[in-house]
Design a protein around this ligand. Structure first.
Ligand SMILES: Cc1cc2nc3c(=O)[nH]c(=O)nc-3n(C[C@H](O)[C@H](O)[C@H](O)COP(=O)(O)O)c2cc1C
Length: 509
């Protein structure tokens, strides 16, 4: 079943605007549960390798993750350490990384939903993971679909990705995790707006893979730039249905050797879903428009995203020291919590939250190779209330999370709730993070692909908020639903700027 757009988007900005929500103009849509997206893909696998897991269904039912134990790292270090891991990429480390980044952490049997370690808009998990293994001790070279629900790597091609072709100019790695998105998984609920959610979800997942790799001691580097066509072919995807969005290189690549021609390209048969996906052409058009990779320019003179005259920047108080929370525990305990209460957040806690989210993310520590250009365009602000020592208002957060610049004074969280499709819980959150960018400037500098970068970047920041909030005992929930024009007006965004994503955090019941 197909739905064409009468006027296809010629740019990413146009896609974003065409899919804006306007109050009273959201067309009614009933969810068709007979077409509910399947939680994993199926292939006629050439080989299956079981992931190393503690095989206990009862733990899964209790909402505990199946990651194997022994992880010493804490959330803070997984989020912000320099990439120094020297653990080899092998079945044990890959099993940990997959379990911690995309494992099932809660099974809701009554509704038939398997919740994962990452949040996902609508709980629809459009992201799929593939692992290309170049050279490891105990995983045979090849290309695998990562079935983190059933717990195995399924070989779908004996030939791994040819890194020099698909990722020209990138340093070699031992293995590469590819994150794709299936349009329909998200479009089932969000229709034409689904490409936004695919990108935000992919950003969450990329950050989760990086954090899980660090906690496991494996080097990880995000890469958003690849030959889309080559990757679609190598993964044998139907680009009208599923597209590559991000990659994470794993390991140091010290043992990587050129791929011998003797390994045949022999894709496994992908069993199509019997649930007959509805195809929204605008989604693949929005993806296709971003396939060219622009030369990354030196980014100068980024236009302001928020209008008005900012006050002088003030320093964020010194972050408090809190007992470290084991990474595995934080991952398994993470959930979207919306039951916010209006209780004051002590200054050492909120400053620790900012510190954990932003410290070392952008300043010379960003593992995302394209991030330095894209990150400069993403401005994070917050609407605060009940934060000890801070007048309620709208503040821009400096890139390192150490400075705040006030733009507006007042209790604005209720207004934000109103423009975010009247989701009233947003009005009670102590802090609402707001990721915004001037999409016109992004597209002018980085081409239409720049939209992918900034949306995934916003998703990465969102994931860091979730994990930091979890570590500090706060609730957190992403917000992708908003009346876009009303949100821009409320925040005083400049004409080309748009709110990409918002995330609420704060004390919960
Ligand atoms: C990109 C994104 C957008 C989201 N938008 C909303 C939203 O607007 N409202 C909401 O209540 N939850 C939202 N969520 C939270 C999801 O509903 C939640 O992650 C999902 O149901 C899975 O539950 P869990 O996070 O507890 O694992 C969003 C999550 C993501 C990642």
């Amino acid at each position: 079943m197909g739905r064409t757009t009468p006027d296809p988007p010629v740019s990413a900005v146009r896609y974003h605007d065409l899919t804006s929500h306007v109050r009273h103009r959201i067309s009614p849509h009933s969810l068709d549960f007979s077409r509910y997206p399947a939680p994993f893909k199926t292939y006629e696998y050439q080989r299956r390798i079981l992931l190393k897991q503690e095989n206990s269904t009862s733990r899964k039912d209790r909402g505990e993750n199946l990651a194997v134990g022994g992880l010493k790292d804490t959330v803070g270090s997984a989020m912000s350490d320099q990439v120094t891991g020297n653990e080899p990429v092998g079945l044990e480390t890959v099993s940990r990384i997959l379990s911690l980044s995309y494992g099932v952490t809660l099974a809701d049997r009554s509704r038939g939903i398997l919740f994962r370690s990452v949040p996902s808009a609508g709980g629809l998990y459009p992201g799929q993971l593939y692992l290309s293994v170049q050279k490891t001790d105990d995983i045979e070279t090849g290309l695998y679909y990562c079935d983190t629900v059933q717990g195995f790597l399924g070989r779908i091609n004996p030939r791994p990705l040819d890194q020099t072709i698909v990722f020209p100019g990138c340093a070699a790695a031992d293995a590469c995790m590819v994150i794709t998105g299936i349009f329909y998984h998200s479009a089932w609920k969000y229709r034409e707006r689904a490409f936004r959610y695919l990108l935000l979800d992919a950003g969450h997942l990329a950050e989760a893979v990086v954090q899980a790799s660090r906690a496991t001691g494996v080097q990880a580097r995000i890469c958003y730039d690849f030959d889309d066509h080559g990757l679609v072919q190598a993964l044998d995807l139907d680009a009208g249905l599923e597209v590559p969005l991000a990659c994470v290189f794993l390991g140091s690549g010290t043992g990587a050797a050129p791929l011998p021609d003797s390994i045949a390209f022999q894709p496994a048969v992908d069993t199509p879903t019997s649930r007959d996906p509805v195809v929204y052409d605008i989604l693949s058009q929005a993806y296709q428009t971003g396939t060219p990779i622009a030369a990354t320019p030196p980014v100068k003179n980024i236009p302001p995203v928020f209008s008005g005259t900012p006050e002088q920047q003030r320093p964020v108080p010194v972050p408090g020291r809190f007992p470290a929370v084991a990474f595995e525990r934080a991952v398994t305990g993470r959930r979207s919590r919306r039951n916010f209460v209006t209780r004051e957040l002590p200054a050492p806690v909120w400053s620790a939250l900012l510190n954990r989210v932003f410290n070392k993310m952008f300043i010379d520590h960003d593992p995302d190779e394209t991030g330095s250009a894209a990150a400069s365009f993403v401005v994070t602000a917050m609407i605060s209330q009940n934060m000890q020592g801070l007048t309620p208002g709208l503040y821009v957060i400096s890139r390192d999370g150490a400075g705040l610049t006030r733009l507006k004074t007042g209790h604005l969280a209720g207004d934000l709730a109103r423009v975010c499709l009247d989701q009233s819980w947003i009005g009670r959150a102590a802090v609402n993070f707001l990721m915004a960018a001037d999409l016109g400037a992004v597209e002018a500098a980085l081409g239409a692909r720049g939209y992918r970068y900034v949306m995934m970047h916003a998703g990465r920041i969102g994931h860091r908020v979730y994990m930091a909030a979890q570590e500090l005992g706060m609730g957190c929930c992403g917000i992708g639903a908003m009346y876009d024009g009303e949100a821009a007006d409320l925040l005083g965004l400049t004409s080309g700027s748009r709110l990409l994503y918002a995330v609420s955090a704060g004390p919960v019941k």
